[in-house]
Every structure is written in structure tokens, then in C-alpha cells.
Design a protein. Structure first.
Lengths: 331, 326
């Protein structure tokens, strides 16, 4: 680490890198606050945190246009924030409030912001994979030039919908990126215990699809791989399967202890040494793009933002009782 | 007024709605090159091309979900199931995705999608190909369910379904595709949620939908020969249900028989009986009777199959019971 910051070699990249660092920190601090709020019973139901996986959402979304589609599983707080949904609206949704991004009807697993192209968190493992292909189908049909990034966990690869969808996306040449976040465990089941093929990228061969294996603890690697996939989708309308290897530092959900009985504490600690935020922060300090004071200032600013989100969520009203019967059907 | 088969009436509805709105497309197994497993999509590939008439692999879950995603992206998909028996593979997409998208997104994402195909038994197709799914589908808030019995209703309801901004399940009948009937010329729309009196009567109300309308009409003829005047109420829509039409008829006849293709337990008839006992209790002169499929998987043997299905004779017997004639 240098005491005096070197001027950045490339201003555009420096800006992007600082932005990525800030976005990863935002997710980390947001999720820490969510865990606190859950412990205080301000958040109910299931709540799946993204801590440890921040580089995946941040790196991938940095490669997208604002009007591109993102669709996710139920571990989607990070993607929702980075797609531009304000922290207040995401936290308020976790609190089930009327000011939440789904008006308090979706909760942690069903964050939506259609105007920003954030097409939801979905709660049935793998079932949203065809939805992602359908969004890409619509974009191609309407000649909109939008691509869709569909995030799902490695456990979804064992679901029929994954295979049916990859086949059709390849046959129909849909501009979709299947982004598998391989965090090694479907709840408490290690992938190698339930999958005959553990290198998920290999599934792409069955569907004649481009694929790439990506280090998901390095945000820049995720960004570069997603950029290549986005170009393939946007220019040539070809789908891609990305296997992004990552790790969740927390349990499966808030009801799962930090490391659980299915993995060792040592394993978790070993992975924490690869913390994607620390990795980028170290690199940016080495590059002279940021110093500790700037990093501290950034962190303080983010702390203030998520504190404000909790305050906003807490003070927001519950949905009006009449809302119970609204939004079942449109007129 | 033209005389059309039920199949051609559906074909006209698809063609007209696809001409009307470029965002309507048809997707399913054998809908294009093969011209439709039951020829409902005959000629559409030639007219609209492969972009809008999309042949799929045999992958109901996958293409139903791609349809849902396409609707999220602003299109108006019509998803054909070769039969609703196969749609069971796709039920997750219908129930967990299509039916709930609007609600769990807090009203942000409407779901203008149609799922359609033949429902219920044909002839000797045995257990896995002979099931009537309407009570499953009508159970789900967020869906609309229609089951037309005539060519005119088939055309009018399918057109309404395609224009609806909600997910609409269109239950057709394999045994109905060849029936003929008058279809009004020009724009013909049948609103979803409106029952239709297919025959007026004063002594007993026969409540039915889809294929059982034919059964009930035959039963009404036989009853007329016995000096019993039966009113045939065709529900046409199962969700929303035209409760007023049911209650109005029962208020007139004081007696009711519900006829359906499905099994008895938790069937459509159970819902109709609930409405009648709650809102027309004082109008009733006899307990409501139901005629359903026998409570067994459909057998292959034609005599056993016949015994399992509803029939005009079974409806006549039920009507005579509510009239205390036997």
C-alpha cells in the first residue's frame, strides 16, 4: 500500500472501480442491517442474505444497460439495490410496508421494480429460469435490444426447468444470460452430494451454448465475463451460461446458523479470507484509486444510507387493509 | 350467421386477434408445421410466420414459463397445451408465476396470457388422458377460467381471453372440436363471467358447463317427454362465476342438479351447491343433486368408461330425485 495515492491510470476505470466498491459495500451494510432488523422481528418470514456474494451482482450488473432485464431467485436483495431500487424501498419491502417496492405484498423474496427492469425475486427454486428466457423472447420479438440476466443458484441446475429452458433459449437464439451463482450449498446440501456433473459450465455443451467459468469473489472477473456474454446476447442474440463460483458467508436463511452442520467453521473462515470487498479495496488502494480515509468516508456514508433506510421502513405505514383485495386481477 | 365447427370458431378467434394485435403470438407443441394436434391452428403458420406461431419441444413447464416471461415483457402469449393433462407439468408456472405475478409485485406486472387446450375425457384414452382439471384451476385467485360449450361461445370467449389483461385458462373439449353451431358474423365477443341460459324451463335447473351442456340439453329433452320443464344454465366461466344467474334460475325452479365432468370431491358442483345453500336456501324445495364422473381414474374399457362418465340418463335420474318423482 502506498502512502501517497498515485493518480489513477485510467479515470473511467477508476470511477467504475470505486462505484463497484461502493455498491458491494452498500449490499454488505444493507444486509447486516437486515439481519439486525430480522433479529428484532421487524422483518418476518424467510430472509436470505447475500453477504459474501456481492461481487456477483455488482460485477454482472455493471455490464448492463439501464433498460436490460434482471430476474432473480429469492436471494435478491443485492441485485435489487444495484438495479437502482432505492435502499428505502427495498428495506420497506422487507419490513412489509406500503412504501416497499412491492407495496408490502412481496417481502424479501419478491422484490420488484418493473420500471427499472427488475423483474423480481422468485421463490420456487429454478422456476424463474424460463421467465428469464421469456423476457429475452419478448425483447427479441419487439426488437428492443434488451438482454436479460437470469440469476439462480447451483441447486436450480438439478431442476427440469433449467434444462428445458437452456434448450429452447439455444434453439431460438434468445438474448439471455443464465448466471448460475454457485455458492456450493443448496440450503445444507453440498452440490457434489446431489449432482452427477459438478462443473455446471459443462451443461452448456448439451445445449450447444457458450459458457464460461468465473471467479465470483473477484468483481472485475465477473464484470468482464458478463460483458462478453452481454455482447454475445446483444449483438448476436446468443445465450450464455455463466457459472460464477462464489460463497455465502451467512447461513441459507436467517433461520440457519452461520456455518451450520453441513460445513465447517474453518471452511467459512477460509472463504472469508477471499472476501470480494476486501479484495477490491486492497487492489484499489494498491492502484492508488482510493485511500483508507476515502474508504472510511465511503463506508460512513453507506452506514448513514442504510440507517436511514431502516428508519424510513420503520416509520412507514403498513398497507391499508383494503389492499388485501387489490392487485389480484387488473380491470 | 355462419355455421362453424367449434375447432374453426377457435381458429377464427385466434386469427382475428392475431390480425388485430401484433403482440399476440401462439406457442405450443405442433401448433405450426403440423397445423395443430387438433387442427385448431390450421393455416396460421402460413399467415403469420414462425415468429408468431412457435413450435416448441415437448417441454410444458419450460414453454409455459417462457410464455409467462414473455407476458412480463409486454407480449400477449397464447400458450397451447396439447391437452390439459400435460399442463399438469406446467402447473407451477400457472399457479406460482402467472396467477401471482400481479399481486406479489404490488400491482406492477400484469399477466395478459392465455393457456388453452382440450380438457376432460374423449373416448377410450384411459386414465392419464381423460381428466377434467377445472376445479383445480378455478381454485386459484389470480386466474380466470372459461369452458365454452358451443362454437359461438368458443370464439367469443377465446377473443375475450386474448384481450384480457389477466391470465385466462381456456378449457376446450376434444369431443367438442367437431360439433357445429351458428356463430354470429363480424366481431363476436362473449364476456368472461357471464353464464348463458341454453334452454329455458320452470321445474328444475340443470347447471353445467363445457361438454356437460350437451349432456344436460339431451337430459332436458328426455325430461320434457316426461312433462318436466328443465332449465339449462351453462356457466361458461368458472372463475369468475356468475352466481347471480345460478340464483335467479333456482329462485324460479326451486330445484337444481349440477352436472360436471370432473370428480365429485371438491368439484365445481361442490362450489355451486355452496352458493345455492347459502344464498338460495329458502328457495329450495329439495336438496341439490350432483352428477359427476365416477370417483375413479378413467378406465380404458368402453363399457367401464361409459359407466364412469356423466350421461343424460344420470341427469334425468338426478332431476327426478330432486322432483321427488322417484
Amino acid at each position: 500500500m502506498t502512502a501517497t495515492a498515485k493518480p489513477p491510470q485510467d479515470t473511467a476505470h477508476a470511477e467504475l472501480h470505486r462505484k463497484m466498491l461502493r455498491q458491494m459495500l452498500l449490499i454488505r451494510r444493507f444486509e447486516e442491517k437486515a439481519a439486525e432488523a430480522y433479529a428484532l422481528a421487524k422483518i418476518g418470514g424467510f430472509c436470505h442474505l447475500y453477504i459474501g456474494q456481492e461481487a456477483v451482482a455488482v460485477g454482472a450488473l455493471a455490464a448492463l444497460r439501464d433498460d436490460d432485464y434482471v430476474i432473480c431467485s429469492y436471494r435478491e436483495h443485492g441485485q435489487a439495490l444495484i438495479k437502482g431500487i432505492p435502499s428505502n424501498a427495498v428495506m420497506a419491502e422487507l419490513f412489509g410496508k406500503a412504501t416497499g417496492c412491492s407495496k408490502g405484498k412481496g417481502g424479501s423474496m419478491h422484490l420488484f421494480d418493473a420500471k427499472r427492469g427488475f423483474m423480481g425475486g422468485h421463490g420456487i427454486v429454478g422456476a424463474h429460469i424460463p421467465l428469464g428466457a421469456g423476457l429475452a423472447f419478448a425483447s427479441k420479438y419487439l426488437d428492443q435490444g434488451k438482454v436479460c440476466v437470469c440469476f439462480f443458484g447451483e441447486a436450480a441446475v438439478n431442476i427440469g426447468a433449467f434444462h428445458e429452458t437452456l434448450n429452447m433459449a439455444s434453439v431460438w437464439k434468445l438474448p439471455v444470460i443464465f448466471l448460475c451463482e454457485n455458492n456450493r450449498y443448496g440450503m445444507g446440501t453440498a452440490f457434489e452430494r446431489v449432482a452427477a456433473v459438478t462443473d455446471i459450465v459443462e451443461h452448456a455443451c448439451s445445449y450447444d451454448m457458450a459458457a464460461e467459468l468465473v471467479d465470483g469473489m473477484n468483481v472485475l472477473t465477473v464484470y468482464d465475463a458478463t460483458r462478453r456474454a452481454v455482447e454475445r446476447a446483444r449483438k448476436h442474440s446468443h445465450p450464455t451460461l455463466l457459472e460464477v463460483r462464489t460463497y455465502r458467508f451467512m447461513g441459507h436463511s436467517m433461520s440457519d446458523p452461520l456455518h451450520g452442520v453441513y460445513r465447517t467453521k474453518d471452511e467459512v473462515e477460509e472463504q472469508k479470507a477471499r472476501d470480494p470487498i476486501t479484495q477490491l479495496a486492497t487492489k484499489l488502494k494498491d492502484d492508488g484509486v482510493i485511500d483508507q480515509a476515502a474508504l472510511d468516508a465511503m463506508d460512513a456514508e453507506i452506514h448513514a444510507e442504510v440507517d436511514e433506510a431502516v428508519k424510513f421502513a420503520d416509520e412507514s405505514p403498513d398497507p391499508d387493509p383494503d389492499e388485501l383485495y387489490n392487485d389480484v386481477l387488473v380491470d | 350467421m355462419a355455421t362453424l365447427t367449434y375447432r374453426d370458431a377457435l381458429n377464427q378467434a385466434l386469427r382475428e386477434e392475431m390480425q388485430r394485435d401484433p403482440n399476440v403470438f401462439l406457442m405450443g407443441e405442433e401448433v405450426g408445421v403440423y397445423q395443430g394436434a387438433y387442427k385448431v391452428s390450421r393455416g396460421l403458420l402460413e399467415e403469420f410466420g414462425p415468429k408468431r406461431i412457435v413450435d416448441t419441444p415437448i417441454a410444458e413447464l419450460g414453454f409455459a414459463g417462457i410464455g409467462v416471461g414473455a407476458a412480463m415483457g409486454g407480449l400477449r402469449p397464447v400458450i397451447e397445451f396439447m391437452t390439459w393433462n400435460f399442463a399438469v407439468l406446467a402447473l407451477d408456472q400457472i399457479v406460482n408465476a402467472a396467477a401471482k405475478m400481479l399481486y406479489m409485485s404490488g400491482g406492477q406486472i400484469p399477466m395478459p396470457i392465455v393457456f388453452r387446450g382440450p380438457n376432460g375425457a374423449a373416448l377410450q384414452l384411459s386414465s392419464q388422458h381423460s381428466q377434467a382439471w377445472e376445479s383445480w384451476l378455478a381454485h386459484i385467485p389470480g386466474l380466470k377460467v372459461v369452458a365454452p360449450a358451443t362454437p359461438a361461445d368458443a370464439k367469443g370467449l377465446l377473443k375475450s381471453a386474448i384481450r384480457d389483461n389477466n391470465p385466462v385458462m381456456v378449457l376446450e373439449g376434444e369431443m367438442l372440436y367437431n360439433i357445429k353451431g351458428d356463430v354470429p358474423d363480424g366481431e363476436h365477443i362473449v364476456p368472461i363471467g357471464k353464464a348463458d341460459i341454453k334452454r329455458e324451463g320452470s321445474d328444475v335447473t340443470l347447471i353445467c358447463h363445457s361438454k356437460t351442456v350437451t349432456v344436460a340439453l339431451k337430459a332436458a329433452e328426455q325430461l320434457a317427454e316426461q312433462n318436466v320443464s328443465a332449465e339449462v344454465v351453462d356457466l361458461r366461466s368458472l372463475r369468475p362465476l356468475d352466481e347471480a344467474a345460478v340464483l335467479e334460475s333456482v329462485a324460479k325452479t326451486n330445484r337444481a342438479v349440477v352436472v360436471e365432468e370432473g370428480w365429485p370431491q371438491a368439484g365445481i358442483g361442490a362450489q355451486i351447491v355452496d352458493i345455492i345453500q347459502r344464498d338460495a336456501f329458502d328457495d329450495l324445495d329439495a336438496p341439490v343433486q350432483r352428477v359427476t364422473q365416477a370417483d375413479v381414474p378413467m378406465p380404458y374399457n368402453k363399457f367401464l368408461e361409459r359407466a364412469a362418465k356423466s350421461s343424460p340418463e344420470k341427469v334425468v335420474a338426478a332431476a327426478r330425485r330432486v322432483l321427488y318423482l322417484e
